[in-house]
Ligand binder design. Structure first.
Ligand SMILES: O=C(O)CCC(=O)C(=O)O
Length: 316
């Protein structure tokens, strides 16, 4: 491995595996160094006891209420809202309790380890089962858009487990070590028999990197198996959610500098700029700087077009 390979991150890579085999699922740990070493070796880790009882209750209650509200939207409900596996997307707009997860120490220590200190929020989604489901999700890799030859994580998931993850409840199928497989084994999904279903106590952070084969299990016992998925990516990668359109103005206005940066309101080198318009902020020619939402976009013939972003104040 050349010294240049992981210069932008603190990620320590393990050697490729000679054959596409599954390693053992690492045990839950409270030790962050062990968790990071598990990420290197197996591509996943389980950080136990990250959430207190109170935090769990607040996250569960807020997610339940949001999920119920979205199911009641009828024709305007997001796709899948009224099925047995509801995903509640774009949680950045849906409560401070969710935004707080982005700024937690565990997030910097795990996502920052894999992706470096300038990582971005790619999406934030809650998940909840409302009854049994027939089929497990197809095995996939979260950085399937990145060439399989990329020998580094370009994305990672931090699942805040709000209930116990058990096979009966549809816990995730995963193939530990598959991030170290040769590229030809990272294109078509391997046989499901190679995967194991994780067992994770509520309150843990379950994290895996973007090259790892995995997929949600089928829920057999009808229990909710709730989670909050924080999906992060490298600062030069396209985000899963189009924040420029769907992040409420109020969220950006009330965000700390660090949260704004995670949502893409800070440049990474020459990426993420708001060019060709005037803003009351200094830019830096070679270096990162916070961007400011412009009041006007300059259009054809230098016409000024007022920027109108959705806000909590907007009438429905
Ligand atoms: O819910 C899970 O266990 C995994 C979900 C997943 O991988 C996905 O939605 O892409």
């Amino acid at each position: 491995m050349s010294d240049a390979a992981h210069r932008q991150t603190r990620y320590v890579a393990a050697d490729p595996l000679p054959d596409p085999v599954a390693l053992t699922v690492p045990a839950p740990t409270r030790d962050i160094d062990q968790a990071r070493s598990d990420l290197t070796e197996t591509g996943m880790c389980i950080l136990a006891d990250a959430l207190s009882g109170d935090q769990l209750k607040r996250l569960r209650d807020t997610l339940d209420a949001q999920a119920e509200g979205e199911r009641a939207l009828g024709d305007l409900a997001p796709p899948g809202a009224n099925t047995h596996r509801q995903l509640v997307s774009n949680l950045v707009n849906k409560g401070q309790v969710f935004l707080d997860l982005i700024e937690r120490e565990e997030t910097d220590l795990l996502a920052g380890y894999l992706l470096g200190k300038h990582f971005l929020v790619s999406s934030m989604t809650g998940g909840i089962f409302h009854g049994p489901t027939d089929e497990p999700q197809a095995l996939h890799r979260d950085q399937g858009q990145v060439p399989a030859t990329a020998d580094f994580p370009a994305a990672c998931n931090l699942f805040w487990c709000l209930d116990d993850f058990t096979p009966e409840a549809g816990s995730t199928h995963i193939i530990p070590g598959s991030h170290r497989w040769a590229p030809e084994h990272l294109i078509n999904p391997p046989a499901r028999e190679m995967s194991v279903q994780v067992e994770i106590p509520a309150g843990s952070v379950f994290s895996w990197e973007g090259r790892l084969w995995h997929g949600a299990g089928a829920n057999r016992d009808g229990s909710p198996r709730r989670h909050i998925a924080n999906y992060y990516c490298l600062p030069w990668m396209r985000q899963q959610e189009n924040w420029g359109v769907t992040c409420l103005q109020d969220v950006i206005d009330n965000a700390s500098p660090r949260l704004r940066a995670r949502l893409g309101m800070r440049t990474y080198g020459t990426l993420g700029m708001m060019s060709g318009t005037r803003v009351d902020a200094d830019s830096v020619s070679l270096g990162n700087y916070d961007v400011v939402m412009p009041e006007y976009i300059i259009g054809e013939g230098a016409a000024l077009h007022k920027v109108r972003r959705p806000s909590r104040e907007d009438p429905s």
